[in-house]
Design a protein around this ligand. Structure first.
Ligand SMILES: C[S@@+](CC[C@H](N)C(=O)[O-])C[C@H]1O[C@@H](n2cnc3c(N)ncnc32)[C@H](O)[C@@H]1O
Length: 397
């Protein structure tokens, strides 16, 4: 059986449609929080995404405003297919001529679990062939195709004999905000930095100190949150603007609305430091690209020399950890020093350490008040919270 929805932008109406918003593993609870704050009901949630009902215009808004999402996918069709030949013949029956500009560019992405498929690229190829052959048969041209997600993107989720086809509204992941022109050593993904700040309940009203800031992702995401700046405004290319009959006016309107959210008041101080001059140069350049450099104080120094504002706030460290970088013995010594720094220099503050591995966590020797799991670059990590009341207790390692 083949079912499909009315192609978008075919008439004046903009009905709600089943829409899947995807995210990195582990971030779904933060994405749910964001969607609910924007007034959406989460119909279902799994490790990498949430189903909602949204109009095409609302989905444009989500592309611009969500901080923890990867993609906004509008459900287009459900196909029953046991193998790639059936996928091809069923997908060819869909009204591609109503959504795809034959003189444009199309790419297909997929997630497939089907016993007949061993080469993960093959389903993409068959679906792309179905789309192009259909368009040619209908008298159109054959669109250009390839792996770039900078044009129209069709995404498929195929498990056993059920393939769900989506019109991908986003294109490149929303985590690619566009400001990180200079990545420094092992940067944290922008969406994870945003989720870490959500976990810290950061809202810009208290000072934030980010020693070991690397390329500045946490500090920059914090400044965007504090200013209520929609992260999606930082880039201009979205897949939904390459759809046939794309509603450019609705998109412009959503951008205008997103800009109006920005607050005039500047946040409490944000301090970003790193021992490497190159890291601070990257942080500064990235902050300039994001338009938030005037909100961040930069220093090249050892984390323990970081200037701490007088008024108490939050300090967050994302140092190196064994699996990714550095040597364990040296790292353990660094984490001991992190514990000392938090205890002596940050008393009265809330301290956070984003890391991985028991020996490093033990080396901090402070009482953890909350552990939140995260997955960063496929490594199990923890965000550890320390309530650094004056005279914080040092525990046994
Ligand atoms: C994992 S990276 C941080 C990545 C960062 N969160 C980002 O998103 O780009 C760790 C950083 O710690 C810095 N670092 C290592 N030892 C340091 C020390 N003793 N004092 C200050 N910074 C240090 C490194 O230069 C590196 O930039």
């Amino acid at each position: 059986m083949l079912t499909y929805t009315t192609p978008p932008f075919m008439n004046q109406s903009d009905p709600t449609r089943k829409t899947r918003v995807t995210c990195a593993p582990g971030l779904a609870p933060y994405l749910k929080q964001e969607l609910e704050q924007l007034g959406f009901e989460c119909l279902s949630m799994d490790k990498t995404g949430i189903e909602i009902e949204a109009t095409t215009t609302q989905s444009m808004m989500l592309n611009l405003r969500l901080r923890t999402a990867f993609h906004v996918l509008q459900r287009f069709a459900d196909i029953n297919c046991r193998n790639a030949d059936e996928l091809y013949s069923e997908a060819k029956r869909l009204p591609w001529d109503r959504v795809i500009d034959p003189s444009g560019f199309v790419s297909v992405t997929s997630n497939v679990r089907n016993e007949t498929i061993s080469n993960s690229m093959f389903p993409n190829l068959r679906l792309k062939d179905a789309i192009c052959d259909k368009l040619v048969e209908q008298g159109g041209k054959r669109p250009d195709t390839g792996s770039s997600t900078d044009g129209m993107v069709v995404s498929m989720h195929w498990v056993d004999s059920k393939a769900r086809i989506y019109l991908n509204m986003t294109g490149r992941k929303l985590s690619d905000r566009g400001y990180r022109k200079m990545p420094f050593m092992a940067p944290m993904r922008e969406t994870i930095a945003a989720a870490v700040l959500m976990e810290m309940k950061y809202d810009g009203t208290r000072p934030l100190v980010v020693p070991m800031c690397g390329s500045g992702t946490i500090a920059i995401e914090a400044a965007l949150i504090a200013k209520h700046r929609a992260p999606g405004l930082l880039r201009s290319n979205y897949a939904c603007n390459h759809w046939l009959n794309a509603d450019k006016d609705a998109w412009s309107q959503q951008r205008v609305e997103a800009k109006k959210l920005m607050v005039k008041n500047d946040p409490a101080p944000i301090v970003a430091t790193d021992i490497e001059e190159e890291a601070i140069e990257a942080t500064r350049k990235n902050a300039v690209t994001a338009g938030v450099d005037h909100l961040i104080e930069f220093h090249v120094c050892d984390f323990a020399q970081t200037p701490i504002p007088e008024e108490a706030g939050d300090v967050v460290l994302h140092g190196e950890y064994g699996v990714r970088l550095g040597d364990d013995e040296e790292l353990i010594a660094t984490y001991k020093r992190i514990g000392d720094f938090l205890k002596t220099d940050c008393s009265g503050w809330d301290g956070y350490v984003f890391t991985s591995g028991k020996p490093l966590i033990g080396a901090i020797r402070l009482k953890v008040s909350k552990r939140t799991p995260f997955i960063n670059a496929e490594i199990d990590c923890r965000l550890l919270k320390y309530e650094l009341y004056r005279g914080s207790k040092v525990t046994e390692a």
